[in-house]
Write a protein that binds this ligand. Structure first.
Ligand code: TYC
Length: 121
């Protein structure tokens, strides 16, 4: 923008915050400020297809352990049935591990071969 003989002065290095507000030390801020709360690694919980587990059991499992509505659970179950694998949810490591174990245990107790696994996002 051309201010011409503007009364608005242009910014100089002295005016800009070149050093993250530490005063004009002449040392620019080379890295962005470190975030104090590091984001935890996330893991996808995956449901695997098989030929034997009843569709209704998979829907019930998704509702019970992943708090899905019957509509979402049916959609995910059909996706897994058709594609072989599908995402049930994304969680921190311990939550994902717990859900995988809950699903496998629930399926085993009902004599279904349903399998569940996790993978880093
Ligand atoms: N393929 C199974 C059947 O035809 C249904 C099924 C869907 C099983 C999803 C597992 O994760 C699964 N009865």
């Amino acid at each position: 923008m051309n201010n011409g003989a503007s009364l608005i002065p242009s910014l100089t290095d002295d005016d800009r915050d070149v050093d993250g507000g530490r005063g004009n030390t002449g040392i620019g801020l080379a890295t962005k400020p470190e975030s104090k709360t590091a984001k935890p690694a996330l893991y996808k919980v995956l449901m695997l297809n098989d030929d034997y587990t009843p569709m209704e059991f998979v829907v019930l499992t998704l509702q019970r352990f992943f708090k899905m509505s019957i509509e979402d659970a049916t959609r995910v179950m059909l996706h897994v049935h058709q594609r072989g694998v599908g995402v049930c949810g994304i969680f921190t490591y311990e939550v994902a591990e717990t859900k995988v174990n809950q699903v496998i245990d629930f399926a085993r107790r009902h004599n279904h071969p349903l399998q569940c696994t996790m993978e880093k996002e």
